[in-house]
Design a binder for this molecule. Sequence first.
Ligand code: NAD
Ligand code: 3PG
Length: 361
Amino acid sequence: MAPIFIKTVLISESVDPRCKTILEENGIRVTEKQNMKKDELMAEIKDYDGLVVRSATKVTSDIINAANLKIIGRAGTGVDNVDVDAATKKGIIVMNTPSGNTISAAELTCALLMSLSRNVPQAAMSMKQGNWDRKKFMGAELYGKVLGIVGLGRIGKEVASRMQSFGMRTIGYDPITPPEVTASWGVEQMSLEQLWPQCDYITVHTPLMPSTVGLLNDETFAKCKKGVKVVNCARGGIIDEAALLRALESGQCGGAGLDVFVEEPPQNRSLVDHPNVISCPHLGASTKEAQARCGEDIALQIVDMVKGKKLVGAVSSTPLAIASFDFGTACKMSSVLCQQHHTGSMCEVRPFYTCKANKLV
Ligand SMILES: NC(=O)c1ccc[n+]([C@@H]2O[C@H](COP(=O)([O-])OP(=O)(O)OC[C@H]3O[C@@H](n4cnc5c(N)ncnc54)[C@H](O)[C@@H]3O)[C@@H](O)[C@H]2O)c1
Ligand SMILES: O=C(O)[C@H](O)COP(=O)(O)O
């Protein structure tokens, strides 16, 4: 494949310093500028061939159209902050590093599940206020309870194995990952209709896309066990926020652990302030290890592209959808590609694409 010339890259968020180092070692000029407002970014972006972001930079169509970018690199998983269709129309490659923060996001999910069961954040806060309240924070064991995992991809799988070690029964739903595959991880798959009424806890691990917006809503909460506890460490809006508040107020939902919000930071504080909600400011990927992997991976992927390295083997985000493409063909089919240097495989990361007869559809 012909090399793609990338001489200048803008990093618009806090990305591990290895990213800049690797790019510079390969002759690419790197500028780091954080916290730019939209019009500042629009003015700045004109000067660069490449843009590296995390989740806070909204790479909208007007930014894409104002730029002469060849690549948008997402040092992390979700590409919902990038207008991938607008990028595709302009022939811009969008890459992410989806495996780099899997373990960190899974560990935070487990921390929220454990905190919900034993009221750890509320008890810690009460102690700091000088109290010694043993009755108020009575909890319940996770042992023997049912955990519903909606979205059985990378993170869903890691959450399952960790929570099984607490003695939880793990059930789940995924439209693409086959039941026989998840059965081998100890997760019994079933329809959502069957899943909702069985769960003591539900955790969502899908991408944010039209079919997953409001997966948990008034109607689905009503189908759940009274007092069900929910965790969202994926994307704000997969659990409808207004419906969640109503369910918390009625007691239909017994508690929520939220790492992500529709608007970040959330301007409407009613969920964050609710006594049965524990929340974090989108910390799923915020570990030294995850950031080091994501920063390094995105830089290496950009360098591969500059070198015109032939990348073979596009693997969708699901285990079954595997096909082989040379990099050029794959680029024509989809602008969202990544090579995972830590696993050695190349991934097509939009889970709504599947591979059929060697074509991404
Ligand atoms: N909080 C954080 O900091 C953080 C960190 C990493 C990832 N994430 C987010 O976590 C989510 C999962 O990431 P991942 O790496 O596991 O992704 P993944 O692509 O490996 O897995 C997602 C799974 O969701 C499934 N899915 C798609 N539509 C579905 C539906 N309607 N119902 C049920 N399942 C459906 C897909 O088939 C896929 O198996 C993404 O939204 C990602 O952006 C958040
Ligand atoms: O999708 C992701 O990778 C996570 O939400 C992490 O986002 P961040 O890189 O902005 O922390």
